[in-house]
Design a protein around this ligand. Sequence first.
Ligand SMILES: Cc1ncc(COP(=O)(O)O)c(C=O)c1O
Length: 369
Amino acid sequence: MRYRRMPIEVESPEQFGYGNIDCNLAESSVTDGLISDLGINLDGLVLMYGDHYGKPELRELIAAEHPNLQPDDVLMTVGAAAALFIVSTSLLQAGDRLLVAFPNYATNIETPRQMGCEMDFYPLTFDNGFRIDVDDIASRITPQTKLVSLTCPHNPTGSMITEAELMRLIAAVEAKGCRLLFDETYREMSFGKVLPPAAALSPSVISVSSLSKTYGLPGIRMGWLICRDKTLMQTFLAAKEQIFISNSVVDEEIAYQFLARKAEHLQRIRQHIDTNFAITKAWMAEQTDFEWVEPQGGCVCFPRIKPDSGVDVEKFYKLLNTIYKTFTGPGHWFESDRAHMRVGFGWPSKDELSRGLANITQALLAAKD
Ligand SMILES: Cc1ncc(COP(=O)(O)O)c(C=O)c1O
């Protein structure tokens, strides 16, 4: 395994310094939570090693999402990031073939690629509406394919599949004897029907999620994977024990108390996303140099500067970042053309979002030849 830092991490707002940014449209989560707003009480917490699977009551809450799930199907991890690493390194070896959506959240590609896997990219393109065509994906599974890896709602585009499509994909994966990694970190942020946790639908599926995105708690680094295959779960647990043994009991306690009041938090969060999504849609409708595929879930979209707009893309970013102190996630974070950018509309307040979007319009105008 080789490690190299990915641009999305090197250039992330937290590394760049939040103080250097006026309008932050580069995030892929809702607004970060303030611990004093969450009603958390950590009195009496013993700072011991936790249960290696994760706090049982916390896993119970997560498993309660679906009648097919038991607490022992859930393994708590350090963010979804560690869950993805555990899944890749447990299921794949150098030379193994992986069918993975492209673009994607960078780790979903980087870890298997650096392990030396044979990468079969399934392209999601602007011209195809970033559509995840599950029948097409299913037809591309070969006898060598070990793993199919999808993110839904998708980062950076916000595209989704339906439950019926998910069922067809699972049937294909089962028939071909491989497994499905379903990164559902944005699951509860669907604008339409929320999909069930995919792992509840088949032992061939591994779901990955966390409290970072929908709930804006990336600082407690609480994620999980769900898998009903007991043998595989032992391998995942072994991987976890070799990397970090158990989670922070402080993080787990915060996550537990937070999730115990999940409905209340979700209502507040959904209102914020609805407001900011409406602002983004209204702004997008007025753009002449910018076009998008409207997302179906999550809190990001992946618009692009129109190819015939006459906008100098590099000049645009320079003006946007230095003059307007506004940040988006440029296309190269996703190994894509820099005319594309991820715009995160869930993190900023509605005022910061409105100012940031207006700054994009100004920078586009000023960057025309
Ligand atoms: C699709 C997806 N999966 C996983 C992660 C990792 O997030 P975390 O480790 O904070 O849960 C991210 C972060 O951006 C993501 O977008």
